[in-house]
Write a protein that binds this ligand. Structure first.
Ligand code: WAQ
Ligand code: MG
Ligand code: MG
Length: 264
């Protein structure tokens, strides 16, 4: 990539801007070279405007200059899809995977409950993720209306191409899968013990559990159609300094330069 690159980030809300309590509709981000910025902005506008959750009233697109040399280079988590035939089996898988990653049983139940109900205090979607103490289940994100957003991550063009080639024969070469893998890889790199995620799109039912130990594990049917969706980042408080951890998640730019194993 060039010496200077740009972080392009989009967030869209309905009714009011996010900071004035608007409903979150869509968010996306990329790290690209200068000549790509205009086309990415156009694509993000189109994506926000045509979202399944509705048409946004406020679309915020920000562009930030970054020195390539200051961006951390990381590997993607290995990707695998488990077999789950229905929502019950999916929940069973998710519980086992989180348990194997070191999350307490009771905490897992609280997190699943939260994804079903809607993680914000009024039971709606949040723009960001819940941070949860893997031992006590205590919520640690500073703002439980907003949550914490993992940000400033993307693939290098070469890694993106390589990933597409591996996903294509599996029928998974879709922006949703690629974005979720990038996010999950950064989230684990930042010091997260494990993550569980369900889309906020009522029609997209595949979710995932990820951890350093298990990689990115896709779980069909994880999201029941009635689930609100969201993300929970589980942390061990003895492993991370919470303030530094949140800064890393939100601000530290990361490019994925290396793709790990991909299995359908
Ligand atoms: N940081 C933290 N939380 C986020 C972020 C972010 N950058 N983006 C979204 N969230 C939270 C927010 O609460 C959303 O409502 C929720 O996650 C779901 O986001 O392999 O589509 O973008 O087949 O709807 C996973 C499976 C799809 C992909 C996930 O999530 C696959 C998905 P969505
Ligand atoms: Mg998204
Ligand atoms: Mg969505």
């Amino acid at each position: 990539m060039e010496k200077v690159v740009y972080s392009v980030r989009m967030r869209a809300a309905q009714g009011a801007p996010h900071e004035k309590g608007g409903r979150h509709i869509s968010g996306a981000e990329r790290i690209v070279s200068a000549q790509e910025v205009a086309s990415i902005v156009q694509k993000m506008f189109f994506r926000a405007k045509n979202h399944a959750l509705g048409e946004p009233d406020f679309i915020n697109i920000s562009i930030e200059r970054l020195e390539f040399s200051e961006i951390k280079q990381i590997a993607a988590l290995p990707l695998v899809t488990v077999k789950a035939n229905d929502h019950g089996q999916a929940l069973f898988c998710a519980r086992q995977l989180l348990l194997a990653s070191g999350v307490e049983e009771q905490v897992i139940e609280e997190a699943i409950e939260m994804l079903a109900r809607g993680p914000s205090p009024d039971g709606r979607n949040m723009r960001g993720a819940v941070i949860m103490d893997a031992q006590s289940g205590r919520r640690l994100e500073p703002d439980s209306w907003r949550g914490v957003r993992a940000s400033h991550m993307d693939y290098t063009p070469q890694a993106a191409k390589q990933l597409s080639c591996l996903l294509e024969p599996l029928g998974l070469d879709h922006f949703r899968v690629k974005e979720a893998l990038a996010l999950a890889s950064k989230v684990i790199w930042s010091g997260t013990l494990a993550e569980i995620c369900c889309s906020d799109d009522p029609h997209y039912t595949t979710g995932y559990v990820s951890s350093r130990r298990l990689g990115y594990v896709r779980i069909p049917h994880l999201k029941h159609p009635s689930f609100k969706g969201g993300r929970v980042f589980f942390v061990r408080l003895k492993d991370v300094n919470l303030t530094e951890y949140i800064t890393r998640l939100e601000e530290e730019p990361v490019l994925i330069t290396q793709i790990s194993a991909v299995r359908g």
